[in-house]
Every structure is written in structure tokens, then in C-alpha cells.
Design a protein around this ligand. Structure first.
Ligand code: HEM
Length: 88
């Protein structure tokens, strides 16, 4: 993914919620999971539910043990610098 070193804020994250352009926030980092969608064992629609949003609660609910950092190494956009409480 194209990195944004200055970080990603709430407004920017929210713009990316489609199958063609899907970003998620997970534990302080924003990932562009567009290319990972096809590989998600839980399916595309499930992962899309977290598109443009904070994926952390759903991630923890379904599989808190999954080594996401390893899976999503190539998907890092940058740190999340917005206000988590404002995310949908
Ligand atoms: C399964 C990765 C987000 C729902 C899995 C598995 C992996 C994975 C590796 C297989 C786990 C196993 O077999 O033990 C990821 C990554 C995510 C992510 C890297 C990063 C954002 C989500 C989200 C949801 C979700 C946001 C729900 C909205 C599921 C479900 C399964 C699953 C329901 C179970 C599929 C099954 O066993 O039939 N995911 N996931 N995942 N994931 Fe995710």
C-alpha cells in the first residue's frame, strides 16, 4: 500500500469503505486491505463491514488470536492519528 507517513485521520479513513478501496483501523494502525479481501478466510462481506472504520472490536470478537501484523505487513498505510471515538 502507499504509505502516508504523517498518519491517517478519521476523515481520510472514512472515505475508503468499498471492495475496490477498503481501509481499516486496527490497533492504532490503518491498513489498506483491498488486496487482502480475496484472501480473508471469513469472506469479503465480513471484512468489508469494517471498511472505513475501527475494525478492532469485530476483529477481537471473531479472532483476537489472529496474527494480523504478519498478514497485513504489506498493507500498512500509516498510524491512525484521528479520534477513535468519532469512528462509526
Ligand atoms: C476468519 C484474518 C478482520 C470475521 C479469519 C481468519 C483469519 C482472518 C486469518 C482464519 C482464522 C482461523 O481459521 O483460525 C483477518 C484479518 C483481519 C480480519 C487479518 C483484518 C482486518 C475481520 C473482521 C471480521 C472478521 C473485521 C468481522 C466483521 C471473520 C470470521 C472468520 C474469520 C467470521 C471465521 C471464518 C470461518 O472460520 O468460517 N480472519 N480477519 N474478520 N474472520 Fe477475519
Amino acid at each position: 500500500a502507499k504509505r502516508i507517513t504523517g498518519g491517517v485521520d478519521h476523515d481520510e479513513l472514512m472515505k475508503h469503505y468499498t471492495k475496490e478501496d477498503c481501509w481499516v483501523h486496527l490497533f492504532g494502525t490503518v491498513y489498506d486491505v483491498t488486496k487482502y479481501l480475496d484472501f480473508h478466510p471469513g469472506g469479503i462481506p465480513e471484512l468489508l463491514r469494517a471498511g472505513g472504520r475501527d475494525a478492532t472490536p469485530l476483529f477481537n470478537q471473531y479472532h483476537a488470536w489472529v496474527n494480523y501484523e504478519s498478514f497485513l505487513k504489506a498493507c500498512v498505510v500509516g498510524p491512525f492519528i484521528g479520534d477513535l471515538s468519532k469512528l462509526p
